[in-house]
Design a protein around this ligand. Structure first.
Ligand code: TYM
Length: 340
């Protein structure tokens, strides 16, 4: 089926499950803003129902939901241009998620690397929700018939599963109802690595706070984390091949490029030959200049939680207007009687 039959529409989401990191920012939010400003229709969600697939303290979940919304706004998402809302306020996500639980196959879920990573040796003790999570993610996207999904590298497999679910639904019910959405994974920041270990993803759940930059870190914390970031003793090379076996060096160059909007190769032409003692202060200055105003604006927005809740409620109304007719058609296709 060709995508051309569907109106272009962007959907993406982030879990309110802890600190927003520089990885979330470069891999997702910064690109959400670019897509919003390119004029395409954009819908961005705070996926609170995904967050509860692992334990969340209720008060902390409320705070983190508002904080992530504040981050969306502080980074440049505009509720007049994009639909911004939290997932649980639009019941179509859960309802379509159930239909998809009955379309997706157990074998597909068993192949999801993120479940294996999160569950480790404790799979038996994980929630059923964590296992079924990719099916809810497919519902998030397809409740809007979204065609483009900006995500970081680690979500690629889930978007591919969404395509499989759309395809199987269309095939089983002999229809052309759902699009097969494209993951949009581009730019230098789609896989930001830990500052302590260049082979591990920067993550909000890493036990070491020194491994990540949080969007709420102040200038001193950002500078300290970059100063202490793991590196190697070699000077920076003048081309990308020279970074092939140097994951930590490559990560810092990618971060610089992601923040400055250059390509990593362009950054290298400026900093070739420098030792990390020279390069790290440059990176710290760039990061602080870019991130400190965002943290300040988040603080200002968090002082008025009622306004944040109002924005989420308004976004949820607009989201529901799109999703409910799509859900109703999906129920009809499946054969459910809808008589009230
Ligand atoms: P989540 O909340 O783990 O991450 C949100 C977004 O940030 C990206 N990301 C990164 N990008 C680059 N480097 C990193 N170190 C890094 N860490 C995280 C993620 O790829 C993601 O784009 N399942 C999703 C949330 C979700 C969703 C959706 C996304 C639920 N429904 C529908 C798109 C469409 C998740 O857990 O992302």
């Amino acid at each position: 089926m060709t995508e051309a039959a569907f109106t272009p529409r962007v959907f993406s989401g982030i879990q309110p499950s802890g600190n927003l990191t520089l990885g979330n920012y470069l891999g997702a939010v910064k690109r959400f803003v670019e897509m919003q400003n390119s004029g395409i229709e954009t819908i961005y969600c705070v996926v609170d129902m995904h967050a509860i697939t692992v334990w969340q303290d209720p008060e902390a979940l409320r705070r983190q939901t508002r904080e992530l919304t504040a981050a969306y706004l502080a980074c440049g998402l505009d509720p007049k241009k994009s639909i911004l809302f939290n997932q649980s306020q639009v019941s179509a996500h859960a309802e379509l998620g159930w239909l998809f639980n009955c379309v997706a196959r157990l074998g597909w879920m068993n192949r999801m690397t993120q479940f294996k990573d999160k569950a480790g040796k404790n799979a038996e003790k994980m929630s059923l929700g964590l296992y079924a999570y990719p099916s809810l993610m497919a519902a998030d996207i397809l409740a809007y018939k979204a065609t483009h999904v900006p995500v970081g590298e680690d979500q690629k497999q889930h978007v591919e599963l969404t395509r499989d679910i759309a395809n199987k639904f269309n095939h089983d019910f002999k229809t052309n109802f759902f699009p097969e959405p494209e993951p949009i994974i581009d730019g230098a920041g789609t896989r930001v690595m830990s500052l302590r270990d260049g082979s591990k993803k920067m993550s909000k759940s890493d036990p070491s706070d020194m491994s990540r930059i949080n969007m709420t870190d102040d200038a001193d914390a950002i500078a300290k984390k970059i100063r202490k970031a793991k590196t190697d003793p070699e000077p920076l090379p003048d081309n990308m091949d020279g970074l092939a076996d140097r994951p930590e060096a490559r990560n810092l160059i990618n971060i610089y490029a992601g923040i400055s909007g250059q390509t990593p190769a362009e950054v290298l032409t400026e900093v070739a030959g420098q030792q990390f003692g020279q390069f790290k202060p440059l990176l710290a200055d760039l990061a602080v200049a870019h991130l400190a105003p965002i943290a300040d604006e988040m603080g200002r927005l968090m002082a008025d939680p009622a306004e944040i809740d109002r924005i989420l409620g308004d976004g949820a109304n607009r989201a529901a207007e799109i999703a409910e007719p799509i859900l109703a058609d999906a129920y009809d296709i499946v054969g459910m009687i809808r008589s009230r």
